[in-house]
Design a protein around this ligand. Structure first.
Ligand code: GTP
Ligand code: MG
Length: 194
């Protein structure tokens, strides 16, 4: 995908602040610090379009990015960060669930898991929830630069087993550091948009 335009357009905490319009959207979901914002930056080849941090809880609002005036990439706040203030943790559920459930222009969710970690209870609940609401998603296993190639295969198999879906889901190994997997993610996005 040739990205000629990538710009931040809005930050929202509730539906009244969502972008008005009909462009299709692709949202990035996963636990805090897994690398959602980094993945967006890698896809659009910008170092810091979406703000990233070593400290979990970096993205606090729903962020909309306009790509080529054709679609939006949507950066969501992560979940599962136990040290986040309770008020923040309470906000996550309604904020993100409302977006995922009600956004009519949402076409695809990129569900990000850390290749080195087993899916959490929150991850598994969310996967069930996506299946229930019939929301299309693909998995990205990120941070593969942190382990060896053979370990990536082992981890991929293990994560597949733990998720145990009736249909084998697509799982794309990815690294924001090396860019590996980027084209496969773009392909998944293109497939759903065309
Ligand atoms: P929240 O906004 O807090 O939910 O986090 P996030 O999921 O947006 O994570 P973010 O992109 O801010 O990345 C968290 C940390 O992981 C940062 O220090 C990134 O540099 C690092 N990181 C993300 N992706 C990768 C990757 O593929 N490889 C390596 N080595 N580090 C990564
Ligand atoms: Mg983030």
């Amino acid at each position: 995908m040739k990205v000629v335009l990538a710009e931040f357009v809005a930050a929202a905490a509730e539906p009244s602040q969502y972008l008005v319009g009909t462009l299709p959207e692709v949202a990035f979901v996963g636990r805090s610090n897994v690398g959602k914002s980094s993945l967006i930056n890698t896809l659009v080849r910008r170092k810091s379009l979406a703000r990233t941090s070593q400290t979990p809880g970096c993205t606090r609002n729903i962020l909309f990015f306009n790509i080529n005036n054709k679609f939006h990439l949507v950066d969501l706040p992560g979940y599962g960060f136990a040290k986040a203030p309770l008020s923040e943790r309470r906000k996550w559920g309604p904020m993100v669930e409302t977006y995922l459930k009600e956004r009519e222009t949402l076409r695809l969710v990129i569900f990000i898991l850390d290749v080195r970690r087993d899916p959490s209870v929150d991850d598994l609940n969310l996967i069930n929830w996506f299946c229930f609401y019939n929301i299309s998603f693909v998995f990205v296993l990120t941070k593969i630069d942190k382990i060896s190639k053979s370990q990536v295969s082992v981890r991929k198999r293990r994560i597949r087993e733990l998720i145990s879906m009736t249909q084998e889901p697509e799982m794309i190994p990815f690294s924001a550091k090396t860019g590996e997997g980027k084209e496969q993610i773009w392909k998944a996005i293109k497939d759903i948009l065309t």
